[in-house]
Design a protein around this ligand. Structure first.
Ligand SMILES: Nc1nc2c(ncn2[C@@H]2O[C@H](COP(=O)(O)OP(=O)(O)OP(=O)(O)O)[C@@H](O)[C@H]2O)c(=O)[nH]1
Length: 303
């Protein structure tokens, strides 16, 4: 994708907060813009736990995408507070926001996100995602008319992040909202996260995809080893569970599930890192951890 303006146009670079309800497709959009899987995707809401910077480079500029965790639907007051806090945190210092919504659905939470962004004075591009899912496309224009009736957006986009549709114009319009600036990162950089972190995320993604609702909430992934061995990478991942009884859920009958998790994660790693990966995956019980230690390990740290 390379939206090319006139040759006179300055290079632009800046930060875009990607906001929206859980499951609307924020991570899928960031990955599609970056052109690689920097943010994990699953049909389960609340997949994204971390703020993450995806770096999308184009001929005309560079977008630093902050992929924010989705916001819970809770009681109204709590929701309001969380929404504002999440929006404020994510929006601090950004040049624009992409508010991602699902085609045909505008909810109260979307309205709250819009209001928080508007109050923060951040220009908002409305990204109506999952257009491919809408059987009757004639409903799209009245839907947009309704959403934009009393709200101001810098631009409005109909996209399918999954099928990479409508993204060229989105990039072009987002770049217009960025300040003239030299590139902030190298053209081949795609995230500020380490490869080690991304490896852990790919294991976590497989856990979510393959365990679904069965996945114990407190499960964490630790990358115990991440080493270069000639052309290949040797990686060891530990899936930490809280109780002995949770191990069979992760491992599955005859180890089948763990094998599938490991293979899925390895394939993702080989694609992302562009080389062969030897991956070992273990499931262990994290007996005796304090909450602090568990939290640190969740971010890939251990003493
Ligand atoms: N049909 C269709 N599905 C999509 C599209 N974009 C995302 N999805 C699917 O929607 C689900 C959620 O996608 P994510 O990218 O994880 O959504 P998210 O907003 O980052 O979710 P949280 O991490 O929970 O905030 C996944 O199953 C995606 O494959 C799209 O354009 N079309």
């Amino acid at each position: 994708m390379s939206p090319s303006d006139s040759t006179q146009a300055p290079f632009r670079a800046g930060t875009v907060a990607v906001l929206g309800r859980p499951n609307v497709g924020k991570s899928t959009l960031v990955n599609a813009l970056v052109g690689a899987k920097v943010s994990i995707v699953s049909p389960r809401p609340q997949t994204t736990r971390h703020r993450l910077l995806g770096i999308a480079s184009f001929d005309a500029g560079q977008l630093l995408l902050v992929d924010t965790p989705g916001i819970h639907r809770e009681q109204k007051r709590a929701m309001n507070r969380m929404m504002n806090r999440a929006a404020r945190g994510a929006v601090e210092g950004v040049d624009a926001a992409a508010l991602v919504i699902e085609a045909g659905r505008w909810t109260e939470e979307d309205g709250l996100a819009y209001s928080a962004l508007n109050a923060a004075g951040v220009p908002v591009a409305l990204v109506v995602n999952k257009v491919d899912k809408m059987a009757d496309k004639t409903e799209l224009l009245p839907f947009i008319a309704e959403v934009t009736r009393e709200r101001v957006f810098a631009s409005v986009h109909l996209v399918s992040a999954l099928k990479s549709k409508g993204l060229d114009v989105l990039v072009k319009d987002l770049l217009q909202l960025m300040p003239a600036s030299a590139p902030i990162y190298g053209e081949d950089e795609i995230t500020d996260r380490s490869e080690r972190f991304l490896a852990g995320e790919l294991v976590r993604e497989q856990l979510m995809l393959r365990l679904g609702e069965e996945l114990p909430y407190s499960t964490t992934v630790e990358i115990e080893r991440f080493e270069e061995d000639g052309e290949m990478l040797r990686i060891a991942a530990i899936v930490w569970v809280e109780r002995e009884g949770q191990k069979p859920i992760v491992i599955g009958k005859g180890g089948e599930r763990m094998k599938a998790i490991s293979t899925g994660a390895r394939i993702g790693m080989e694609k992302l890192f562009g080389r062969k990966v030897f991956l070992e995956t273990w499931c262990r019980v994290r007996e005796g951890w304090s909450d602090d230690e568990a939290a640190l390990r969740r971010f890939g740290y251990s003493d």
